[in-house]
Design a protein around this ligand. Sequence first.
Ligand SMILES: [Zn+2]
Length: 501
Amino acid sequence: MLTSVETFITPGIREFSIIGLAGASVKESKNRVCAAIKNSGLELPKGRITVNLAPSDVRKEGTGFDIAIAAGLMSASGIIEAETFNNFVLIGELSLDGMVKNVAGIFSMCVFAQKNGISDVVIPEGNVNEVLCLDGLRIWPVKRLDDLTAISKREKTPLSGSLSDFCAQDGFLSVAEIKGHKTAKRAIEIAAAGKHNLLMLGAVGSGKTMLAHSIRSIMPPLEKQDVYDVTSVYSLCGLLNEEQPVIREPPFREVHTGVTKTALIGGGRPVVPGEISLSHRGVLFLDEATEIERAVIDSLRQPMDLGEVTVSRVGHIEKLPSDFMLICAMNPCRCGNLLEGPEKCTCTPKMINHTLEKISKPILDRIDIHIPVKTPGYAEIKSDAPEPAETIRKRVCAVRGLQQEKIALKGLKHHTYSRLGSEELNTVLEFERGSEGLLMRSAEYLSLSIRAYNKLKALAGTIADLNGHAKVTEGDMAEAVQYRMIDRRLFGEGGAAENAA
Ligand SMILES: [Zn+2]
């Protein structure tokens, strides 16, 4: 919300009040502004000063109003010209000696200002790096309060922002550096191409974590609007700095055991975005997922379905973006060796079931791909000649483009099949007869829920795109079914028992 600062001076004894539902931190602004004006060698206007923050029915918090209030007073006493900051947004906290201090969340404030038709922003010099990527923004950095006078006298020129000045960061672990793991690498490519959620089961040291991280090397860069959305969240959390003033690459957030629901989902007062918002348009990685409290993981359900999260805070409700791809890694059993060979696993069928049940069925239903990750053998490592990550990334980008195009052609709003509902999938995808038959038989045999059934369809669609098939073939569908590992073998009636035997 934009707040306008109005200053009234009426004759009388010198008095200073701030009205318009100002919170405690805003009321204290009075003392900081007065001291800063005096210590900058300037004079306060004479008379009774009233500063009104409009609209007056919304509570204002934070220290960022100082500069705007000071500008109001300075123009009231004729130090700066009254018209100077019309149609400007001014953000900054003042220290008593007149210096301007940084404010958290500058990026989203500037994006918001632009959305409301304001391109001139006065911001603390220390925050400038955060907003230099905003196209078309005129940035007026201030270091000291009297810089406002210089701006008023046109002694300063604004900096202009441009996204093209920033290049993407690299230096991620490349998928090409991983030897062996052919199936897992194929699954990661499919996941990246269609934004499918992925679960990897395997022993400690089998390579799950490394594989999860390598997805960064094949993800398409963020589109411009996504760069702004993601950077806004990071700005809100104060996570931007000189090294990383803007987020160009899809974020990758790794969450460890012991994560709390608030840290994951967001909340608190003031509202702090959680990991699900920090991984918006990127990846949320839950390593050792079975060690995370089940209720905490279950809280992901709604944000995953909606692509946003609603965090309520005293008085009003705030919506934060949370369209992330989920990657989970877990041990398949207590000893972890179930998939390394039956002779290596020391768990009973009951223990195996117990481990697997730590991930609830509703969460499993939302995961499109489940794969085993087995430590590669010497021969597999030796014979592997990995493809360059850039080659894979190109294929991934091509599929993303194709899906976006096919979906837009039908007048739908999402970008990938994985976000479409049942009806929408039927409109966008075409299935060869053989693939439809296989889908029906698998759904029955694996007792898939409606959600899992749709996930399977979307997954087969992405596989068909990667394989260059206009219609989903039986082969594409067979590959998709193969990735429903937990449905096929480990869960279901007597599944674990069979497996352990
Ligand atoms: Zn075991």
